[in-house]
Design a protein around this ligand. Structure first.
Ligand code: C5P
Length: 303
């Protein structure tokens, strides 16, 4: 018996970051959009917990107990008083350390898959609580669509979206560590008065209307200066995308993946070609959003 769950990447169309809290985290107004780049996580019974991974970035994925998918299985098993005796296989297509919640996606997918495999009966609310313990972005990976995340990003309010947005993503030559980007945000903001993060009304309206031009005028990422400070070459990638007609160009989350909002599928293809030819990034992908969150793709009776 095995269970396979498909889970999407995310882009942050707004990432407003407040000052560092006493616990080191930052309050956020984080507008997530799930986009159609997917990891697939398959769980099957095993003698002991084991994680394997395939895909172009597989070598960079930790296969030990630090992997969020492993931690998800341990968390659910611990709540049920059972052993997390499961083989977790990750077919990885979401860039690693890219600011697209790839690790969080695997955590949400493994949790959902183990809940099904073990008939553990966790409710949506319990699954979301475990996701929030695993990481700030993990609850959104479970629910998908579009949502505003407040607190450290884990308290979600679903958002209405009136259309499909067309994106191009440029993956960078190396990754960026999320904690390092937040530390750089703190360093750049030293001595400044950092306002409370709030969701932008124009941006929420643009999402509700499904209007890409209005959305492009409203996107923002407070972590972008920190990501650019640690990875200055990203400015070249952003410039290529803008020059190729993207309506908006921004760093995705803590980066270093750069995200380009385009008018339609055709413009996305054009921007993708220009970015591929530019030599300023490793790979380029197009994807649409919003898409649903973690979804069971199938059960198999075979071991
Ligand atoms: O919650 P998660 O484990 O994904 O966060 C990774 C790191 O990102 C944290 O250790 C922290 O350094 C930073 N972070 C933050 N404020 C948030 C979310 C994440 O400072 N709201």
């Amino acid at each position: 018996m095995s269970v396979t769950v498909r889970v999407p990447a995310k882009v942050n169309v707004q990432l407003a970051v407040g000052a560092a809290r006493p616990d080191g985290f930052h309050d956020l107004a984080n507008v997530f959009l799930a986009v159609g780049l997917y990891d697939e996580v398959t769980v099957s019974p095993a003698d002991e917990l084991r994680v394997t991974c395939e895909g172009p970035d597989a070598a960079q994925v930790p296969l030990d107990g630090t992997n969020l998918a492993a931690r998800a299985a341990v968390a659910l098993a611990g709540r049920r008083g059972i052993e997390p005796a499961v083989h977790i296989h990750i077919a990885k297509d979401i860039p690693v350390a890219g600011g697209m919640a790839g690790g969080s996606a695997d955590g949400a997918a493994a949790l959902f898959a183990c809940n099904t495999l073990w008939s553990a009966g966790a409710s949506r609310a319990e699954l979301l609580a475990i996701c929030a313990e695993l990481g700030s972005d993990v609850p959104f990976s479970l629910v998908g669509g579009a949502a505003l995340g407040t607190g450290r990003g884990e308290q979600l309010t679903a958002l209405e979206v009136g259309g499909t947005f067309h994106w191009v993503f440029a993956m960078a030559e190396r990754g960026l560590s999320t904690p390092a980007v937040f530390r750089e945000f703190d360093r750049l903001g030293e001595g400044l008065d950092i306002p409370e993060p709030v969701a932008c009304e124009d941006l929420l309206d643009a999402l509700a209307k499904g209007d890409p031009e209005a959305l492009a005028g409203a996107v923002s990422n407070d972590l972008q200066p920190a990501a650019l400070s640690l990875f200055p070459e990203l400015a070249d990638t952003l410039a290529v995308g803008r020059g190729a007609g993207a309506l908006a160009a921004l760093v995705s989350g803590s980066g270093p993946t750069t995200a380009f909002l385009t008018r339609d599928a055709e413009s996305a293809q054009k921007a993708a070609q220009a970015l591929s030819a530019s030599g300023t990034c490793r790979t380029v992908r197009t994807a649409q959003g919003p898409v649903p969150g973690a979804t069971v793709m199938g059960h198999s009776a075979a071991r």
